[in-house]
Write a protein that binds this ligand. Sequence first.
Ligand code: ZN
Length: 326
Amino acid sequence: MAEAIRQQTYTIYPIVQPGIYPTLRTINFYLIKRPEGMVLIDAGIDTYDCMERLQDTLKQAGAEIGDLDAILLTHHHEDHAGLVPRVLEKKAVPIYAHRDAVPRLRLDKDFLEMRLAFFRRLYREMGGGNMGAERFARLEQTIRETPQHAIMADINEIGEGDRVFGFEVVETPGHSPDSITFLDADGRTAFTGDVLIEGSSVNAIIDPAPNGSRLPSVSQQRRSLERLAGLGADVLYTGHHEPVRNTKDLVRERISRMDRKCEKLLSLIRSGVTVPAQITEVYYRDLYRTQFPLVMSEIIGHLDYLEEQGKVTKSMAEEVWHYHPA
Ligand SMILES: [Zn+2]
């Protein structure tokens, strides 16, 4: 069990679950015991093992599930909201999350249909061809057939500047549209979910806004990284791996990595590879086949960023986008 961390006015009990993804060693969430209430920041993955770990940690804090006052979510991903349904079975704990997390947590039907239509069109217009159609079919099957728990508890929508249980909410989108950070400015400590992770690059994942438009994930992610660097926090407690203590250096490294990626994409475009799916295949080789949604998302996000910066333009030919040097 991880050791408790005493802050001036409260205690942090980290809960560290071994990772389920090849590139992530741990899944972290946090039990916080403070005068304002006993809360969870994030809720791990939906496994028996993870639930045991939560219960052991509650015991370590001299508490049980019934003592929880709230669950605060940094974002809706399954490795952050996983245990919510299991906790709710035992106690109707209020959930606090960004407004864009709500339809995703509720598995809102209209929202899921909108999201499917978004990806069908995206893969086609980005030149995904047969590969895109096949991957879309897989996505559709997953969404329609995988049994998932919709979270139907009270979800309190929170956003920039709100205060919850002594933490200030800072919006840090990019990794997901609903990513938020919980800041304890006095304690120079923040809980940042997946915006910045030690030893693993974070993908800014393409996703639609509620109105169906594509969010500028890479520029959002860059802004969010800069915000983390400017929070004045000495420690970031993250959703995976060790806490981040060298935030400014790590942010600088991540942003220059994005810049290098942009430069490589620009030179590919200048060399005549103009269709996003082709750019992705040349850039990522085998990963194009094995990690299609993720690598397409990376390239599209960076192309959007280059377009926003005035470095590329795009035109449509036979329903497929082509990118050109500006
Ligand atoms: Zn995530």
